[in-house]
Design a protein around this ligand. Sequence first.
Ligand code: ADP
Ligand code: MG
Length: 450
Amino acid sequence: MINVSLWNTVLEIIKTKTTKQAYDTWFSIIKPLTYDSSTSVLTIEVPNKFSKDWIEKSHKALILESIKMIENKDVAINIVVSETKQEPVLLETGNTLPAREKKFTASTINGLPLDPKLIFDNFIVGDSNRFAHGACVAVSEAPAKSYNPVFIYGGVGLGKTHLLHAIGNAIRNSDPSLKIAYLTSEQFLNEMVAAITSGKINDFRNKFRYVDLLMIDDIQFLQGKEAMQEEFFHTFNVLYSANRQILATSDSKPQELKIEERLKSRFEMGLIADIGSPSIELRVAILKKKAEIEKVYLSDEICLYISNMEQHDIRKLGGYFTKVIAFSSITKAKITLDLVKECLKDVTPAALERKITIEDIKEAVVKYYKLKPSDMVTKKRTQPAAFARQVAMYLTRELTDMSLPEIGQNFGGRDHSTVIHAYDTIAAKIQTDLVLSQELKEIQELAKQI
Ligand code: ADP
Ligand code: MG
């Protein structure tokens, strides 16, 4: 077993020698496993092959150097991958392509402007976006040298556009001579059509075929548009064979897109990373970051409350935050939980869109906690049924219009004070218990589907 404090010291040294971004992405994920003193081999574990490749290639020297500073001896590093899940297809770009000639001296953006606020520093990393974020950091550190093309897919509001802008901003800062093109596939189509109708298709081609980095957002818009796919395919080939970086985002993976096979296979030969829905912890962290940027204070309780109003779309979450901030600044009121509730009272959490009945809730609770339907009405107070009943009563009060006596009646003829007690108990618990709070959301989802 490796000495933990030694590893922590190594990390402290690394922190001083690299950017926070690189540290969070590559070094904080490393788990030291063993150190064999007879062979001087340190074995470390990383979550996936992508991280392994990248650390091996770009960060191993720094780790070795840091260890040497403490131990004063040379060690070898063996990196192992902890997960067994299928890796995306990777393609190493060869060095046989023509060297890039730097034609452009000023930083130029073709397409849409980059938003200076969408940078890596403002992007919070969690399990659902770690891989995509890592890929994008790698691209920004060494365009066209790490993974090419890179394809990022995921639902709306999960951070795809943010990552593309972050890459563009980072590259523009580190090497302003690189020519960047960022645009949505819709804009690509509009420009193409305009170029064709005005007889300037060559200008259009030159605009996108002589860039160092081409980022096309929301490529799903290519579906069903054959002429555009054809044009994009050629643009792709020109850039790819000149060893320029290509990135694309989409709402689904390449295999699921209804686009030409040859275009699909171009994307499949690169790195494919998905972004999933953010966990409650990530949503809270994103809100805290937004608050920090806006220089406002949001208590944990308030962050949790807002974060629970939306489970997927981070854009919506940001919208709620903005609404609260605007409300408090207009009314000059302090941001309290009551103010937040008042301000967001018209926002209907997705789970409430369809009317949920007490029967749906009971069924969902029974299913979720693997109990019997009779556990909802029994007089017995044994656990875990008693707790599950409290949860069901809480949700019924939250999600239906039933009165307290009615609710009590439906849970085995209980008194309304029992319902109040159940409600207060659960309401107090979810303020601090993230796990329970998440469970309630899941039960709500389940009830919605019944
Ligand atoms: P998409 O392109 O996937 O639909 P966006 O990149 O436009 O999503 O993200 C929607 C909003 O959420 C943006 O304001 C973005 O800055 C924010 N956002 C998304 N993911 C994160 C994150 N991990 N950290 C901070 N903000 C995020
Ligand atoms: Mg987007």
